[in-house]
Write a protein that binds this ligand. Structure first.
Ligand code: FDA
Length: 393
């Protein structure tokens, strides 16, 4: 007799563990299967080991999807406050870092332990190092063939994540399974990822590797104001990671460095009050020294402020606040924090995450075409979609 469960969840990541805990608490018999050696590996490494587990400002506006209404229901029914209540119930101390981002004081492992404990309360089982060889529909549910046997279940939840960081076991398995059951996939691409530059451009910027500066980075109508970092391969930092999820190959992005400054006015004032000062000295008061030196060299702005006419001051201001860069590419799934795109939400029920095509089949977490900004939003989606499915099973 094959073991039969109310629900089998494929993937013991953030979404799968949350779903298991919720479904188990509701009385369902639950089995979670994962090919990894340990559950929640991405939780463990997230937020520099402290897990940016949610964002108190999370709202549907912080998510990218080809169906922008889809995430609303799940996000409204399981909020950052709900997750925080769970964290506090487990006496995990936390702090807000910046922009509503909440982190563990101690370790991301606390969040994994919390979810495993919640699963135990609901008697949900976890089997690791399982290779899933096939999944098929049966009359009463699903049959999952593993390299060591077969399991059957009434409902099947796919929570195997996206393609980011293959080294950690990301496989794209969810997309193949979705297609097997007739679901469409919204084209996937790496998100929250550093962007690379052409070798020629990179050579010119070589002296800037390691320099960070506050910037407003924009692509079409989307803009983020956070730190930008020049690297040996291109550009990174939170502002670039954010815009990378919107950027498409071939597109240009705009950079406005030190967007908080009325730069032209400040340059005119500097010319008026201390005309003997060199342009580089004045720029070094506003920008990292290496960046100021690069801009002066690249724009041939050397010389005292007194010698700069209005047209040249405008050119200096533009060189700081009006860059257009066309990245050559991105660092790809190797370093991307998330996968943009995924299982098309038009064929999923937004309240339960259940497939509209196959009864009893669910997709949750990163494999769905809902992608959060940087800053705890992706975990909030994993918790909310996991909870929505777990509640409805
Ligand atoms: P997740 O990837 O967590 O889990 C999928 C599970 O399925 C894994 O356990 C995997 O082993 C398993 N699996 C995959 N294929 C399988 C197969 N074929 N058979 C069996 N099992 C399989 N987000 C955030 O909000 N705050 C943060 O601080 C960070 N930080 C961060 C850092 C880094 C380095 C990365 C890469 C990502 C983040 N993220 C983040 C994003 C966040 O980690 C991500 O969005 C969630 O983990 C997605 O949760 P899921 O449960 O959907 O997938």
């Amino acid at each position: 007799m094959k073991p039969k469960y109310d629900v089998v969840i494929l993937g013991a990541g953030a979404a799968g563990l949350m779903c298991a805990a919720r479904a188990g608490r509701g009385g369902a018999s639950v089995l979670v299967l994962d090919h990894a050696r340990a559950p929640g590996e991405k939780i463990r490494i997230s937020g520099g080991g402290r897990c940016n587990f949610t964002n108190i400002h999370a709202s549907p506006a912080n998510f990218i999807s080809s169906n922008r209404h889809f995430a609303k229901s799940a996000l409204a029914r399981y909020t950052p406050r709900d997750f925080l209540n769970l964290v506090e119930k487990h006496r995990i101390s936390w702090h807000e870092k910046t922009l509503g981002q909440l982190f563990c004081d101690n370790s991301a492992k606390d969040i994994i332990q919390m979810l495993l404990h919640e699963m135990q309360v609901g008697r949900a089982q976890l089997k690791l190092q399982q290779t899933i060889t096939s999944v098929e529909k049966t009359e009463s549910g699903f049959r999952i063939a593993l390299d060591q046997g077969t399991v059957e279940c009434r409902s099947l939840v796919v929570a195997t994540g996206g393609k980011s960081i293959p080294k950690m076991g990301a496989t794209g398995f969810a997309y193949r399974l979705a297609e097997q059951f007739g679901h469409r996939i919204v084209e996937t691409r790496p998100g929250l990822v550093p962007l690379t530059l052409d070798p020629a451009l990179l050579e010119g910027l070589a002296t800037l590797a390691g320099v960070a500066v506050e910037a407003e980075v924009s692509h079409a109508k989307t803009a983020f104001r956070e730190a930008l970092l020049f690297t040996h391969r291109g550009i990174s930092g939170p502002a670039i990671l954010q815009i990378s999820s919107y950027w498409r190959e071939g597109d240009a992005i705009s950079l406005k460095l030190r967007p908080d400054l009325a730069l032209l006015e400040q340059l005119k004032a500097a010319r008026q009050s201390g005309g003997k000062q060199a342009v580089q000295t004045v720029l070094s008061d506003m920008l990292p020294r290496r960046l100021a030196a690069y801009l002066v060299e690249a724009g041939s702005f050397a010389g005292p402020m007194a010698e700069q006419n209005d047209r040249r001051l405008q050119a200096i201001a533009d060189s700081v606040q009006n860059w257009t860069i066309r990245p050559a590419g991105s660092e790809g799934y190797r370093t991307a924090e998330v996968t943009v795109g995924g299982v098309d939400t038009k064929e999923l029920d937004s309240r339960t995450m259940q497939s509209n095509l196959v009864n009893g089949l669910y997709f949750i977490g990163e494999c769905v075409d809902v992608t959060g900004w940087l800053g705890g939003y992706n975990f909030q989606w994993a918790w909310a979609s996991g909870h929505a499915s777990g509640e409805s099973i």
